[in-house]
Design a protein around this ligand. Structure first.
Ligand SMILES: [Zn+2]
Length: 512
């Protein structure tokens, strides 16, 4: 048993399965780069066989990321596995993660297969996968609710066929820490060849215990891999949250006695990137990455912290990448200072041209806003990313009138494939009027699922960060926009969402 705990991040696969959290290939690539900076051991980049879009994302990430192992999910069949292997062809280190359900309920109702058929399919699939790639992870889906005797047979079989990681998912979030830990321990003791594989835990948060269950699987069960997502993103109540398990292992090393490779300094930037990209905001009281996670409001606490930090603090905010509301740059800051700050924030832009574009946007913002915070810089870069030059719709300008008792009116100027369009409309409010103006020309027919505004650094002087989620023909996209004027930020976010709707990515198939 090693003292190293493997961190397997599935933000881009399990996290993305959360309705409304779908990401484009470029967004996934950007998050993958941040995960690499975090020194995540394994990045589950997607489910290559589920759609061409997912295949391309896995392939792009496999080509770009050098330090982390890149993994694709695959159902236990030859087609899925071959597709995963093909997408991973150029990876430095590749893993196939194949799964089949083993609980009586799932086998009978979902797969309509007998246990013996499931066992045989698991065996064949791992054998097939092992001939393509050496690093094979196997998951018995709904493992925690499966019959332990049957589960032992399946696991022994797949290890004999060459599976190198055995992951035991609590697919429905039903487990309790002690029981889950004991469950893993029991399996490891009973499976004769259990020492030939690394054991892994994958917990969902339906009862708020995903992190506790994962840690119990490690401490009591002897697992040495945790599957998790940034911000705990995921279907329903989400997955085990990366920042929480990692900081638990680091802060309580006295108890766990384990090492993780994660460079915690990049945690907050990763959290912000994922919430900005998906529009899933982080609650203020969320451990580690919530805005209040390190704020001491009570007078008694403040006094204690001022006298000696460890009276009330068990972690240091700066160790996870918080540099809360520090004024970093202003109007007079030069290109080098800007570039240096980007580097410190963990943002690596691809080219000098990209830095120039970001710097121009920064200067423009600094003209309107005297204090530029880290959060502003991150929003600006995210926005630059979202508004690629190649995108058909580009924001140009906006004017709006609103007055008590009058119906608000907006005029929006934007371009479509380089052609300038002037649109206007009235609406229930200035934002509504801007969206109706754009829609009057574009006629996308999309349905709006979400509109959210967030003040980037907490005050009315800060930039507004807007997320617009649109749906058309079953396809869901998120657009983001940032600006000190929230009506402008909103129009930018709307156009960003339209750009994504118009991109060629196909509809993502329902994932099993
Ligand atoms: Zn899951």
């Amino acid at each position: 048993m090693t003292d190293q705990l493997i961190i397997f991040d599935t933000t881009l696969r399990d996290g993305e399965q959360s309705p409304g959290a779908s990401m484009t290939r470029d967004e996934k690539l950007r998050i993958a780069r941040q995960l690499e900076r975090l020194k995540v051991d394994v990045i589950e980049a997607g489910f290559a066989a589920s759609s061409n879009g997912d295949f391309e994302s896995v392939q792009a990430i496999a080509r770009a990321i050098k330090d982390s192992t890149i993994c694709s999910l695959a159902r236990a069949n030859d087609r899925d596995i071959a597709r995963a292997a093909e997408a991973l062809k150029d990876a430095n280190r590749a893993r196939i993660h194949t799964f089949i359900a083993t609980s009586a309920l799932h086998m009978e109702k979902k797969l309509r297969m007998t246990p013996d058929q499931v066992l045989e399919q698991a065996r064949q699939s791992v054998r097939f996968a092992r001939n393509l790639i050496a690093d094979i992870e196997f998951s018995p889906e709904d493992g925690y609710r499966s019959d332990p005797d049957f589960l032992c047979r399946v696991i022994e079989t797949v290890i004999a066929e060459g599976a190198t990681t055995i992951n035991v998912p609590d697919t429905v979030g039903y487990a309790i820490p002690e029981l889950y830990g004991a469950f893993i321990k029991n399996l490891r003791e009973r499976v004769p060849n259990s020492d030939k594989a690394v054991w892994s835990v994958h917990c969902h948060n339906d009862l708020g215990m995903a992190v506790a269950n994962s840690l119990a699987g490690v401490k009591l069960g002897g697992a040495r891999q945790i599957e998790c997502t940034i911000n705990g993103l995921g279907e329903r109540a989400g997955n085990c949250s990366l920042e929480e398990v990692v900081m638990a292992i680091k802060t309580r090393k006295d108890y766990f006695g384990l090492d993780v490779n994660i460079d915690a300094l990049h945690i907050v930037a990763a959290s912000r990137m994922v919430s900005q990209t998906t529009g899933f905001v982080v609650q203020p009281n969320k451990a580690v990455v919530g805005a209040n996670a390190f704020a001491h409001a009570s007078g008694i606490h403040q006094d204690g912290v001022l006298k000696a930090r460890d009276t009330y603090e068990i972690m240091r905010a700066e160790d996870v990448g918080w540099s809360a509301n520090k004024i970093v740059l202003g109007k007079l800051s030069g290109r080098n200072a800007f570039k240096q700050r980007l580097h410190e924030l963990g943002v690596e832009l691809d080219s000098e041209a990209a830095i120039n574009t970001a710097f121009a946007a920064f200067k423009e913002l600094a003209d309107r806003k005297s204090e530029i915070f880290d959060e502003d810089i991150l929003a600006l870069v995210t926005e630059q990313d979202a508004h690629q030059q190649a995108d058909p719709f580009q924001f140009i300008s906006l004017a709006q009138q609103s007055e008590t008792g009058e119906r608000p009116h907006a005029s929006v100027v934007f371009s479509r494939d380089g052609r300038e369009i002037k649109a206007q409309s009235d609406g229930n409010g200035p934002v509504d009027a801007s969206f109706k103006a754009i829609e009057s020309e574009v006629k996308s027919g999309a349905e709006m699922l979400l509109y959210s505004v967030n003040a980037i650094s907490g005050s009315t002087e800060s930039q507004g960060e807007v997320t617009v989620r649109l749906q058309r023909s079953g396809r869901v996209v998120n657009g983001v926009g940032a600006d000190p004027d929230i009506v402008v930020a909103s129009a930018k976010a709307y156009l960003s969402a339209l750009n994504k709707l118009h991109s060629n990515a196909e509809i993502v198939a329902a994932q099993g």
